[in-house]
Design a protein around this ligand. Sequence first.
Ligand SMILES: Nc1ncnc2c1ncn2[C@@H]1O[C@H](COP(=O)(O)OP(=O)(O)O)[C@@H](O)[C@H]1O
Ligand SMILES: [Mg+2]
Length: 313
Amino acid sequence: MMNIIEVKELTKVYEGRKAVDSVSFEIKKGEAFGLLGPNGAGKTTTISMLSCLIPPTSGDAHIEGKSIIKEPIEVKKRIGVVPQDIALYPTLSARENLFFWGEMYGLSGRRLKEKVDEVLQVVGLTERSKDRINKYSGGMKRRINIAVGLLPSPKLLILDEPTVGVDPQSRTNILESLRKLNKGGLTILYTSHYMEEVEFLCDRVAVMDLGKIIAQGTQNELRLLAGKMDSLKISTIDEVQMRLVEVIKKVSETDEVKIADKAIEILTLQGRKVLPKIIELLGNNSIRIKSVEVEEPNLESLFLHLTGKELRD
Ligand SMILES: Nc1ncnc2c1ncn2[C@@H]1O[C@H](COP(=O)(O)OP(=O)(O)O)[C@@H](O)[C@H]1O
Ligand SMILES: [Mg+2]
């Protein structure tokens, strides 16, 4: 399969700091590719370079063979970008806003009308399309943002955390619309700090932290990379004393122990073997257990494993 986008050692330096540090990845035609990382990882900076809004300090990327540095106009023709905020006119209806943007993209007449109807359908807002934008919820505005991104019929749709701060119904709608579009052949670059969204939507994932891609591959490859690490979550009724954490850390196979007042999280290579020992330790210290969860490796545990911190903020 052909690569629709090839990113090579893309770097952006701000005030001597590397916001994006030699990032490389490829996306195949028809793929949904996830860029997963916490706030400040460099996701927005990366896609701002890919959509030719800011120039890279070094490195390059090609979209259908067109360089973001040498051929930005050609690149822009091929991509639809959904930034976190698009200028929508609050006193105009959603439909009127889409007509405005469609004209900006060079559409007119019947083609424009058909396209507007089509994108409204995709984001599930046909029935509300005559309402003014200032009557819309944040989630509905985001869905209109996506509709705007689809107006130029792009080959590649790039989205910047489109579900942040939206209501659950819009979130589900957004993810399902994107999945449908992807199944229909649209290539998607999706950024998020929500692991479960990336797990739902994306074929392949690049995990980003502090400007660098720290792992990439298919979801299965990444799970394998996470080692055969299990995550144990033990909630207790009583406060867990720090002293006990030290004891738990000494339990041989335990790799990482995190602690809240009434919960212990352990990443371990052998959950099933370690669990009875931990429970015994808690019992010996008269700490009563409320619940125990054993989770198989996921992208969250991979992130914790690679960086020593949580993906969430
Ligand atoms: N215009 C800018 N000037 C200086 N620093 C910036 C600028 N834009 C982003 N940064 C910094 O670059 C890093 C990556 O930011 P960003 O790409 O927005 O991350 P993300 O989208 O993953 O949250 C952050 O440390 C951020 O503070
Ligand atoms: Mg961002």
